[in-house]
Design a protein around this ligand. Sequence first.
Ligand SMILES: [Zn+2]
Length: 130
Amino acid sequence: MKYIRKYLKMNFADILLTLTLVLCGFASLIIFYKTSRTGTSLVIRQNGVITATYPLNEDAMINISDAGNVITIKNGAATMTEADCPDLICVRHKSIKRTGETIVCLPHQLSLSVEGGVSVDDDKIDAIVR
Ligand SMILES: [Zn+2]
């Protein structure tokens, strides 16, 4: 503790504040992952229009022929496995499975988004009014 205080020129309150902020950060991460939902379907949009919807619980390989993209659904997660766009950002994106996650291929104006799903708290009753 003396080492940190001497070399970082922090007093005890600064160290306490830093530790509190780090703990709050970890706590919010844990809360986010505990309450986020695993999606049920993959919605494919081209030029902003929904062109197809696939269930995430069935493995599939989807070929978007006019865009040159190949989407793979495996183990409840979707990935853009092939594309002929110049930057390949969509192919390097990690697989998506939680509600709201999206992969976008901007050159082809193609987006994949995960929708649906039930959060851990959704099946509980919020309130009863009489
Ligand atoms: Zn792309």
